[in-house]
Design a protein around this ligand. Structure first.
Ligand code: BES
Ligand code: ZN
Ligand code: ZN
Length: 460
């Protein structure tokens, strides 16, 4: 599915987007028949209300959409997309500027309202199309929308069609589309090339564990993105109960999100030397699965005691992060559906992130607010370092008691990175309740905030 602005502006219906406080004033400027019609329908410009307004002989004169008030807008994102959903199939153009908000973000919301996951079942998003509004960079917004659609498709596709093989194929497709180089280390080669933890976590699956590496761009600062690619997380021998396992096709949400962000960066041709690393595995159950009590070697040389095979994401990421760090890039980002604790702490809306760098942190918060991809800072809390030290090995992958589970997971990852600008996102990757431009299902988190913040963080 390709998300695009309308290409037939000559047929477009003028659309007035009106906030609640501006409705009465705006109505004064309409003809009697228009005002009477709009009033008779009960239209109060609340968010999500939208309709066509007839002119002579019932021919459509224009459309009107509510933009609500500040309070209702602060309770959700993409108010313009809410309107798109309520309008009938057709092409629309904004007849006047939006009363509030960032027009580029709202235009993106409209494009995303056209997204639906249709691989297995006929399904479609909003059929109302928008002419790219003045001042909006169509190429940029379309690039972001289609990158987000890629992320969603990858997460929504179940493990039966999105195992490590398919995730690798998706990365190869993306690499081919943007002329980037890609190489993949499979199976026992992981042992030979010193990625023992990626191998240990993924070896019980029929589909070999692997490390996918993509590179793109010749000039500019070096950015390395690392994404958790656990294509299905059964929990391993510490099997998850059914209710917790149900959604675990989304455990490659970090990989899907970094691939989406990579697509944005490449499509927009940012002056960055990009490297993407994805450890792709299935955390499966078999007689050769890694076990509780095992002590694993890692690429970095730290030994790790396995106290729960369900804390597998930090293991595969640790080896990939160690590799990322060896090159000393300007910035290393990891994205992962790493802990249930992050979900409990901030819920599905916010992207919790960790960084020791104040500049990166403030750039992310500002960017996330600007473009409706909210992020929330969490602490790399030093006093909890002792929680991840088991005594019998250098590190414990699953500290007892589960106190501060997202923080101890982040601290674990940080042990494998020397770069002080390392930034980690513990995302949920799933939208549990349909909202404007965000249907229920896989969703990219933090990628747009990062894209928006990169010029500042990397001084592009
Ligand atoms: N993939 C899960 C984390 C997860 C669960 C993310 C639910 C989003 C929603 C991860 O591999 C995991 O199972 N983590 C354990 C770690 C624990 C055993 C230390 C967790 O969070 O319970
Ligand atoms: Zn797990
Ligand atoms: Zn997992």
């Amino acid at each position: 599915m390709t998300l695009r602005f309308a290409t037939d502006p000559e047929n477009a219906i003028p659309l007035y987007v009106i906030s609640t406080d501006a409705l009465d004033e705006w109505l004064k400027g309409r003809s009697d028949s228009e005002r009477n019609w709009i009033t008779a329908t009960g239209f109060r410009a609340s968010t999500g209300s939208a309709m066509l307004v007839p002119g002579n002989n019932g021919v459509v004169a224009f459309a009107v959409a509510g933009f609500g008030d500040a309070k209702s807008r602060s309770r959700g994102r993409f108010p313009l997309a809410t309107a798109a959903k309520s309008l009938p199939k057709g092409t629309y153009h904004l007849a006047k500027d939006l009363p509030y908000g960032d027009i580029e973000t709202e235009a993106l919301g409209w494009l995303l309202s056209g997204y639906a996951f249709d691989r297995y079942h006929k399904n479609s998003g909003s059929k109302a199309r928008l002419v790219c509004p003045d001042g909006v960079d169509a190429t940029k917004v379309e690039a972001i929308a289609n990158a987000e659609a890629l992320t969603r498709d990858l997460i929504n596709t179940p493990a039966s069609d999105m195992g490590p093989d398919a995730l690798e194929a998706a990365a190869r497709d993306l690499a081919a589309a943007f002329n980037s180089t890609i190489s993949v280390i499979h199976g026992d080669d992981l042992l030979e090339q010193n990625f023992p933890m990626i191998h240990a976590v993924g070896r019980a699956s029929d589909q070999a564990p692997r490390l996918i590496e993509m590179r793109w761009g010749q000039k500019g600062p070096k950015l390395t993105l690392v994404g958790k690619g656990v294509c299905f997380d059964t929990g391993g021998l510490n099997l998850k109960p059914g209710a917790s396992m149900g959604l675990m096709k989304k455990d490659m949400g970090g990989a899907a999100t970094v691939l989406g962000l990579a697509r944005m960066i490449m499509a927009l041709n940012l002056p960055i030397q990009l490297r993407v690393l994805i450890p792709a595995v299935e955390n499966a159950v078999s007689s050769n699965a890694f076990r509780p009590g095992d002590i694993l070697d890692s690429r970095k040389g730290l030994t790790v005691e396995i106290n729960n095979t369900d804390a597998e994401g930090r293991l595969v990421l640790a080896d990939a992060l160690a590799l990322a760090d060896e090159e000393n890039p300007d910035l290393i980002i990891s994205m992962a559906t790493l802990t249930g604790a992050a979900r409990v702490a901030v819920g599905p809306d916010l992207s919790p992130y960790y960084t020791d760098d104040e500049g990166i942190s403030s750039a992310l918060i500002t960017a996330g607010t600007e473009i409706s991809d909210p992020v929330w800072r969490m602490p790399f809390w030093e006093p909890y370092e002792k929680m991840i030290e088991p005594g019998i090995a250098d590190l414990d992958n699953a500290p007892k008691g589960g106190f501060a589970g997202s923080i101890t997971a982040a601290l674990f990852l940080r042990r494998f990175v020397d770069n002080p600008r390392y930034t980690h996102f513990d995302i949920y990757g799933w939208n549990p309740a349909a909202a404007p431009a965000r249907p229920k299902g896989g969703v990219g988190m933090g990628a747009r905030a990062l894209l928006q913040a990169l010029p500042k963080i990397l001084e592009l």
